[in-house]
Structures are given as structure tokens and as C-alpha cells.
Design a binder for this molecule. Structure first.
Ligand SMILES: [Zn+2]
Ligand SMILES: [Zn+2]
Length: 365
């Protein structure tokens, strides 16, 4: 006879059948369960625990037509290695990444053709004003940035993305507890109630962006997202006029892997956020299936601004559609310390940490 090991619904250890009580007891946590309960929990879990499937992605990968290729110019930067594209009317003189003038025309080689492009709606003047306004009213900016913030370079750049659209079907089972403690006579009683929580449902993902440029820092692109796809138009070489586009050099296989990861994490987090009212929640079994989906290459607009201070280059990136801004300027630790000490004198370490977080999250962003 095949033996089936039942696992304890609360702690996962093997259960043994207790002939006297007709229950199943756990030697590890001391709980006992009715056989029927254990069988029900086991059935839910077996249904839930499945290997992730491999998704059938429909990739929209078309080459440039010969006419389009003839109207496209390609460049390569001998300083940073960036591969760039533009239309035939735009003369590229500087690299859109590093600003180096050592940018050379190259032979156009076939490449992933963008399907759609979101044009710039933020003008160069607006982007410049956003850069200057950034420093106003920020108390913890290092002194270095208080005056003469001149733009070293401002460059108009299109960043390549893969956009993923799919549906994720998920079923996740959690172990949850509610703990209650009360006094009864001379005893303090702690009562722990154990629950098996089951969630299932479907999540829709539409145009989930995955950066297709290995040159562009993912941290920068992620902090100026999202872009609004209602502003997207069909790509043609002319839509690049005046700007440089980075070639997509992260292939669709690698992008699929990153999209898959992002979809699964988002699904897990969304499902977890619906399990409320418990003192502890631990995922026990999970089954996320993404049967099929589509993936499309696109270009997103970005203003890339650099400023030099004492030999260091600081980068600003502005979403060319929404104006969302991100930068790598640090805040002044010296100013923060003098600010905190100045206000409070004998502040505690905890207070300092809170102020640190306020400064980090609120004052500078
Ligand atoms: Zn147990
Ligand atoms: Zn360069």
C-alpha cells in the first residue's frame, strides 16, 4: 500500500494518526487536526503546487524595410560604445549618452525595428527649466549646487523597450494565523488560530515595459516611468528627427525572462495584499500560469542632462512625455547633521533616524 505523508497545516511537519483520539497529531508543534481537515488542506495544496509554465510569447519582430533603412542613419560612439540611430536629416555631432564628440557614422545594419514611438511633448526649454527649478527650496542640497548650476549638456534620446501584454492566472495558498492573548484566573492564555487561505484570480498586464538598452541604467529608466501609451504613434525613421535613438541590444529572449520575473513578482505582491486581518501570513504553495502573450519593440523619449561639479559629472533624466525627473545628486550629510543638531541639541538616535528618513524621502524628492 502506498503511503501518503500528510503535512501539518500549521508548521509543515509530518503528521501521525492517533488511534485513540482518531485525529492526526503533529509531533513538532503539538497541534492535532481532524483527518477530514487535513485531507482538504492537502487537496488545495496539490491543486496549487504546479511548475511555472513556459509562456508562448508572440514577438513582433520585423526588419526595417529597404526604403526605411535608406532613410535611417546609424552612428557609433568610439568613447562609450553606444550604438545610435537617427533619420537622414539629423546630423549627429555628440553621443547621446556620454556627450563625446567622437561619434562616427557607421554602415546601417539590420536591427530590431521599433513598432511604435512616443514622441517628445516636453520641449528643450521646458526640460531646461525643470533642471533649474529642481534646486529651488531643497534644504539639503550640497552647497556645491546652490549657485551656477549650468547645464553641461542636454541631449534628446529615445530609449528602446520591449512592451509585454499578457494575462497571469494565479492560485496562491497561504498559511495564516490570528493570535489572541487574554488572562484567565491566574493564567495568561495565548490562543493561536490557524487558517489556510486560498486566493485565485487573473491579472491583466498591458504594455509592461522592459528596458531593451544595456547602456541605459535601469534605475534611471524605472524611476521616470510610467509612460502613457495613448501618446504612441507608429514608427518611421522621420519620427526620430532631431533626436538620437539607442539601438536595442537586449534581445527578446533576455527581455522575456525579465518580463516573466516582473509579472510573477507583481502577481505575488497583488495577491498577498488581499490577505488581510491576520497576524502572520506565509505563502505555502503558488501556481502562476502565463499561457501566452505579446511582446512589441518601442521607443520612449528621454531628456538626458549632465552637469559638472568639481570634476564629477551628475546626471539628470527627464521623461520626455510626462516631465518626471530623476537625478543622482546626493544630499549633504554635513547639512543634515548640522540641521538636526541645530534644531534639537540632544536628540536620540531614533529621532535622528526618523529625520534621516524624512529628509531622504520627503525633502529631496
Ligand atoms: Zn505542526
Ligand atoms: Zn558615447
Amino acid at each position: 500500500m502506498a503511503t501518503l505523508t500528510y503535512k501539518c497545516p500549521s508548521c509543515g511537519s509530518p503528521l501521525v494518526f492517533d488511534g485513540r483520539s482518531q485525529d492526526m497529531t503533529c509531533g513538532s508543534c503539538g497541534n492535532s487536526f481532524e483527518t477530514e481537515t487535513v485531507q482538504q488542506v492537502n487537496a488545495i495544496e496539490q491543486k496549487t503546487e504546479k511548475e511555472p509554465n513556459s509562456t508562448n510569447w508572440q514577438v513582433e519582430e520585423r526588419p526595417f524595410s529597404p526604403e526605411e533603412a535608406a532613410r535611417t542613419r546609424s552612428y557609433s560612439c568610439s568613447s562609450c560604445g553606444a550604438e545610435l540611430l537617427t533619420d537622414e536629416t539629423t546630423v549627429a555631432t555628440n553621443c547621446a549618452f556620454c556627450g563625446s564628440p567622437s561619434i562616427l557614422p557607421t554602415q546601417f545594419t539590420q536591427d530590431t525595428r521599433p513598432s511604435v514611438i512616443i514622441p517628445f511633448t516636453v520641449s528643450k526649454e521646458q526640460a531646461t527649466a525643470m533642471f533649474h527649478n529642481y534646486f529651488k527650496g531643497k534644504k539639503l542640497i550640497p552647497n556645491l549646487f546652490l549657485r551656477n548650476n549650468t547645464i553641461d549638456e542636454i541631449r534628446q534620446l529615445y530609449v528602446p523597450y520591449w512592451l509585454f501584454t499578457c494575462q497571469a492566472d494565479a492560485q496562491i495558498t497561504y498559511n495564516a494565523t490570528q493570535v489572541r492573548s487574554y488572562r484567565s484566573g491566574q493564567y495568561r492564555v495565548t490562543q493561536t488560530r490557524h487558517f489556510v487561505v486560498n486566493r485565485s484570480g487573473t491579472l491583466d498586464f498591458r504594455d509592461l515595459p522592459v528596458d531593451a538598452s544595456s547602456k541605459m541604467d535601469n534605475e534611471i529608466t524605472e524611476s521616470i516611468e510610467p509612460y502613457n501609451m495613448s501618446g504612441a504613434i507608429n514608427f518611421s525613421p522621420e519620427t526620430l528627427s532631431g533626436a538620437l535613438a539607442n539601438r536595442a541590444d537586449v534581445n527578446s529572449e533576455e527581455s522575456k525572462r525579465r518580463a516573466d520575473q516582473r509579472i510573477r513578482t507583481t502577481t505575488e505582491n497583488t495577491f498577498r495584499s488581499t490577505v488581510m486581518g491576520y497576524d502572520s501570513v506565509i505563502p505555502r504553495a503558488s501556481n502562476i500560469q502565463i499561457p501566452d502573450g505579446t511582446s512589441m519593440p518601442a521607443l520612449y523619449p528621454l531628456w538626458h542632462i549632465t552637469t559638472k561639479k568639481e570634476g564629477k559629472t551628475y546626471t539628470f533624466a527627464i521623461n520626455g512625455q510626462t516631465g518626471e525627473l530623476t537625478c543622482n545628486i546626493p544630499f549633504s550629510m554635513a547639512k543634515l547633521i548640522s540641521w538636526v543638531v541645530g534644531i534639537t541639541g540632544g536628540i536620540t538616535a531614533v529621532g535622528f533616524l526618523i529625520l534621516f528618513l524624512i529628509a531622504y524621502l520627503g525633502v529631496l524628492t
